[in-house]
Design a protein around this ligand. Structure first.
Ligand code: FAD
Length: 534
């Protein structure tokens, strides 16, 4: 098969155009073309009046070898690489000890699934509830302000990304095509087929919920075990080797191979690991606000007259600005046609995030606008970033009225430095509710200064970004983990053998896809180590 890259066609091209483009690019006749499939479809919308679709195609011809020779110097015509996933190991007949995975987010899910597929019958421990129960708790918090600290947006089956936009792209290097394995497992569990080829796939919340259930069933069918409301409160470490763990109820489980996929909000677990002297360092992350605009404004700014085109869908954006004070401000976790959600896992704190459904047809677009900070802003201790997050989240709780409403302000008022008194043309989507205030009190001065410089700069890229009535809601603190639990080339903790820190919480991922890929990586490392030690 031949992979053709960078085939550009107009947005409104007809069905025959792809075939014609292949024939012309390869200079072959119609009878020499046997079949083709779209490997990837993206778009270039830099010129709104002439948006082009950009395809990568896998083509089967009667002349593959000759054509590859003919185009040998052409980087855009290559043999299609083998992207099939191959298991690195198979569990021994008599498995001495089952591996354990802590956490059932995207990282733990893929680690557990791949271990189960290789025959290792993993035990997966998740502090939160199964996804349907968890959904009730999460929506209960949004509607009635009743927070369950063990079952919420951050904790429970499916992990932090379950109530999300379900964006599935990542910028990490993936030479072994693990991302393909993740996507094909998601499709097998009910995700739309298009995620295999669109350049920015997303799933949305409702589909994610049923997919997670199906993947759980597959793991169990393969001999794995998943236990909910099973919080790991202690690790057993002997002579630098992990030997087991203790659950919140006191039950002990022995294992010398433990994957740690606890996400960025497991602050009590970070503390426990720190107390056990598992090596970790403070890590940079970002803080800021969620911004909401009418989705139609973003569509118009990005796509002009092509706004509403079915192939393009609801428009997204990605923005970055380097400020005079040396800070960078960027947009993060942009959710087209979505809602802003309350994402705290701790009492008396307010945290924002964003989600959407597959259709992305809510009225507003939202994204986090965040300022990069690093350990020099919270010096002294590997967990000082957690303290910093907590301070900001508690402050946001107070500014919101100490009842889980979030503090908010119109963009125009924020830029002028005056408190907002009433909303304008943009309605807030945040549940449970907002309290209008002056957000300049919610973040350190250097962050406010950076945001006041960046929003007008973003307005030059997306006209309307600094819309007077657009809404800022605070506060965004859980952008990534504040700690890095260091691991070596064998993916084991630097000072605790048999412990495999992974995913977002340990500092090795920044989203659903990268966390899932990291899950596959630790599954492989754990399997190989088990086989070597038996
Ligand atoms: P997590 O998903 O956080 O999973 C960790 C799991 O471990 C949790 O279920 C937790 O309950 C469990 N756990 C923690 N401590 C313990 C313990 N001691 N014992 C047992 N279990 C424990 N990313 C994207 O790529 N696209 C998006 O569109 C997107 N939208 C998001 C929207 C929201 C509202 C949120 C909150 C996040 C979003 N993200 C998105 C980020 C994404 O969800 C995370 O990057 C990803 O889930 C990280 O995966 P993980 O498996 O490493 O950790």
């Amino acid at each position: 098969m031949i992979r053709l890259t960078n085939i550009q066609l107009p947005l409104d091209h007809d069905d025959a155009a792809l075939t014609n483009a292949i024939l012309s690019r390869l200079q072959i006749s119609a009878d020499q073309l046997q079949s083709f499939e779209v490997h990837r479809r993206g778009y270039d919308a830099r010129k709104k009046s002439s948006i082009v679709l950009i395809y990568t195609l896998d083509v089967q011809t009667t002349q593959d070898e000759a054509l590859l020779e003919k185009f040998a110097g052409d980087q855009l015509v290559k043999a299609t690489p083998d992207m099939a996933y191959s298991f690195v190991a198979q569990a021994p007949e008599a498995l001495a000890e089952r591996p354990v995975i802590i956490g059932f987010g995207p990282c733990g899910l893929l680690a557990g699934l791949v271990l189960a597929q290789m025959g290792y019958r993993p035990i997966i421990l998740e502090r939160g509830k199964e996804v349907r129960e968890r959904t009730k708790d999460t929506f209960g918090f949004w509607r009635k302000k009743v927070l369950n600290t063990e079952s919420n947006v951050q904790f429970g089956e499916g992990g932090a990304g379950t109530f999300s936009d379900g964006k599935l792209y990542s910028q990490i290097k993936d030479p072994k095509h693990y991302g393909r394995k993740v996507l094909s497992e998601f499709v097998a569990a009910g995700a739309p087929d298009e995620i295999m080829f669109v350049s920015k796939p997303h799933i949305g919340t409702f589909r994610l919920v049923s997919m997670v259930e199906k993947m759980r069933a597959s793991i169990i069918e393969l001999g794995g075990e998943i236990r909910f409301s099973a919080r790991v409160d202690d690790l057993h470490i002997e002579d630098g080797q992990v030997t087991g763990l203790t659950l919140a109820g006191g039950e002990q489980i022995k294992s010398r191979h433990i994957g740690l996929a606890v996400g960025h909000s497991a602050r009590d677990t970070f503390q426990m690991l720190y107390d056990k002297q598992v090596y970790m360092e403070a890590k940079p992350f970002s803080v800021g606000f969620r911004i909401e605009h009418p989705q139609s404004l973003i569509d118009e700014a990005r796509f002009g007259d092509n706004a509403g085109n079915e192939i393009l869908g609801a428009a997204d954006y990605k923005l970055v600005h380097h400020c005079k004070n040396g800070r960078s401000v960027y947009s993060f976790c942009m959710c087209p046609g979505g809602t802003v959600v309350a994402a705290t896992s701790e009492e008396n704190r307010v945290v924002t995030n964003g989600m959407s459904q597959y259709s992305r047809n809510e009225r507003n677009a939202n994204s986090a606008v965040v300022v990069g900070i690093d350990p020099s802003d919270y010096p002294g201790h590997p967990l000082a970033g957690v303290d910093f997050q907590r301070q900001l989240e508690s402050l946001a709780f107070e500014l919101g009225g100490s009842n889980y409403d979030a503090p908010a302000q119109k963009v125009g008022d924020f830029l002028k430095g005056v408190s907002s008194e009433q909303l304008g043309s943009v309605e807030s989507s945040f549940k449970p509710g907002i309290r209008l205030t002056d957000l300049s009190a919610a973040l350190p001065d250097f962050c406010i200064e950076a945001l006041r410089e960046a929003i007008p700069a973003f307005n030059r890229k997306i006209r309307g970004f600094a819309l007077e009535d657009a809404i800022l809601t605070g506060i965004e603190t859980r952008t990534s983990s504040p700690v890095n639990i260091k691991r070596g080339d064998d993916l084991q903790s630097l000072n605790t053998r048999g412990l495999y820190p992974a995913g977002e919480g340990a500092g090795y991922a920044g989203g659903i896809m990268s966390a899932a890929i990291d899950g596959i990586r630790i599954a492989e490392a754990m399997a190989l180590s088990i086989n070597n030690s038996q």
